[in-house]
Design a protein around this ligand. Structure first.
Ligand SMILES: Nc1ncnc2c1ncn2[C@@H]1O[C@H](COP(=O)(O)OP(=O)(O)O)[C@@H](O)[C@H]1O
Ligand SMILES: Nc1ccn([C@@H]2O[C@H](COP(=O)(O)O)[C@@H](O)[C@H]2O)c(=O)n1
Ligand SMILES: [Mg+2]
Length: 455
């Protein structure tokens, strides 16, 4: 990943659109759209980056709103002295109109947006009708300038392209598409565009969650952004429906590890390395859901530190065989933890049978961390959980840890066991006919233990 890429993706806290449980993308009028702001200097590639994001999000309803549409039309007096007009100043835009259009779109209403003409410096007929969508991308040089506009956004992006490259592109574009000559472009650039970039646009970079160096050339950044939007849209609903599903906060580090473990070309060695890293994160996160009591200690400086101690009566239970890959991480975090095993048989939609179990005799009095890296249909998980309950483990004492979970698996487990907790690192899109998770990561056990075809 590019070292310059800043990825402080924030938790969005509102009720966004997400696909239905059947994967359809019917709009639910009660959901708010996911709003992305894309700022950056002139000709940095904002419009091009947005079009790439839209193209890649082809299964979502996405709409692009350009801040340019909200340029104030020039009057005759201003037109006579157009070379003295600063189009790069925040006042050049009708931000009140932009806010009212965004408010309507945000609440699911179609809106008419002005159609700005760069040749006549005026809005022209016909205006553009924009329909409400699941994702709204607001793009323009100053979209991160006004705090009221920024506050609407769930994700803020700054496209950061070298200024010489931008000037060269601007000359090319404005002479071809915006009716200018080279002299006009250079004069305007020196007088207004460059100083306003430094005064108003560049300072808004600090508000960005993501900075994309090299604009549209940065395929990796665009791909990661698209994946993140998909994750947000897909995940949000399930987390709202089931308060007992916990998805660890997505970061580009985590997405990078998922990219490696999901890649069919990844070698066994790398698969194990990155799967282990992800497992460790999930285990640590899962342990954070155990009950704790407060404890004060004295540090070597003689100061008091108010801390916590976690419940010690634990047991890991791995679902053979993939779940055994998670045992080491659990042992590394909880010294001497007891580990039990459950083997379930049955494939596809057919029923599941318990083949073997080896559990501590006092398991009923322990908190159980159930280990299985992939939650697919949920059939095996439901069986394994039923075995634990039959041994007297209270449902609320079970934390089910996995790396990826399908929406179907989450529905199956969370509906039946609302008091148990699931901790996972990503929620995938769906299951295929064979009930394998998509996009998934293939046969986890084969890839981890080297029993498949991969090297
Ligand atoms: N990565 C790129 N390589 C080459 N040309 C590009 C690239 N990105 C954008 N352009 C071109 O540069 C010009 C400005 O890009 P655009 O996306 O319109 O920038 P902005 O919306 O930031 O002003 C356009 O003519 C576009 O086709
Ligand atoms: N009548 C106008 C209006 C705007 N500009 C310039 O457009 C730039 C913003 O558009 P980008 O696609 O480049 O982001 C801005 O820098 C204005 O100077 C113009 O020249 N004429
Ligand atoms: Mg543009």
């Amino acid at each position: 990943m590019d070292s310059e890429m800043v990825a402080a993706l924030k938790n969005s806290h509102e009720n966004h659109f997400s696909p239905g449980s059947d994967g359809s993308s019917e709009r639910n009028p009660l959901k708010l759209p996911f709003i992305i702001g894309v700022a950056g200097g002139t000709a940095s590639g904002k419009t091009t980056v947005c079009n790439m994001i839209i193209a890649q999000l082809h299964d979502q309803r996405v709409v692009l709103v350009n801040q340019d549409a909200f340029y104030r039309s020039l009057n005759d007096e201003q037109l006579q002295k157009v070379s003295e007009y600063n189009f790069d100043h925040p006042e050049a835009f009708d931000t009140e109109l932009l806010l009212s259009c965004m408010a309507k779109l945000r609440h699911g209403k179609a809106v008419s947006i002005p159609n700005y003409d760069f040749k006549t410096h005026k809005s022209i007929e016909p205006a553009r009708m924009v329909n409400p969508s699941d994702v709204i991308i607001l793009e323009g040089i100053l979209v991160l300038h006004d705090s009221r506009v920024r506050d609407l956004m769930n994700m803020k992006i700054f496209v950061d392209t070298d200024s010489d490259v931008r000037l060269a592109r601007r000359i090319q574009r404005d002479t071809v598409e915006r009716g200018r000559n080279v002299e006009n472009v250079l004069d305007q650039y020196a007088k207004f565009v460059k100083p306003s970039f430094e005064e108003f646009i560049l300072p808004t970079k600090k508000y960005a969650d993501i900075i994309i160096p090299r604009g549209a050339d940065n395929d990796v950044a665009i791909d990661l952004i698209v994946q993140h939007i998909r994750t947000k849209l897909g995940q949000h609903d399930l987390c709202k429906i089931y308060p007992n599903i916990f998805v660890i906060q997505s970061t580009f580090q985590i997405r990078g590890m998922h990219t490696l473990v999901r890649d069919a070309k990844t070698t066994k060695h790398d698969f194990v390395f990155y799967a282990d890293r992800l497992i460790r994160l999930v285990v640590e996160h899962g342990l954070g859901h155990l009950p704790f009591t407060e404890k004060q200690i004295t540090t070597p400086t003689g100061s008091i530190y108010c801390g916590v101690v976690f419940c010690k009566r634990l047991c890991g239970v791995s679902v053979i065989r993939s779940g055994e890959s998670m045992e080491n991480a659990l042992r590394a975090c909880c010294k001497g933890i007891k580990i039990g095993k459950i083997l379930i048989h049955g494939e596809g939609k057919h029923g599941r049978q318990l083949i073997y179990e080896k559990l501590p005799s006092d398991i009923a009095s322990r908190h159980v961390l159930l280990l299985d890296p992939v939650l697919a249909s949920g059939n095996s998980a439901v069986k394994a959980i039923s075995v634990l309950l039959s041994k007297g483990v209270p449902e609320s004492n079970i934390i089910f840890l996995n790396l990826i979970a399908s929406p179907q698996g989450i529905h199956a487990v969370c509906k039946k066991f609302p008091r148990l907790k699931i901790v996972t690192s990503e929620i995938d899109t769906t299951l295929n006919k064979e009930l394998h998770v998509l996009p998934g990561m293939g046969e986890f056990g084969d890839r981890y233990f080297g029993t498949g075809d991969t090297e």
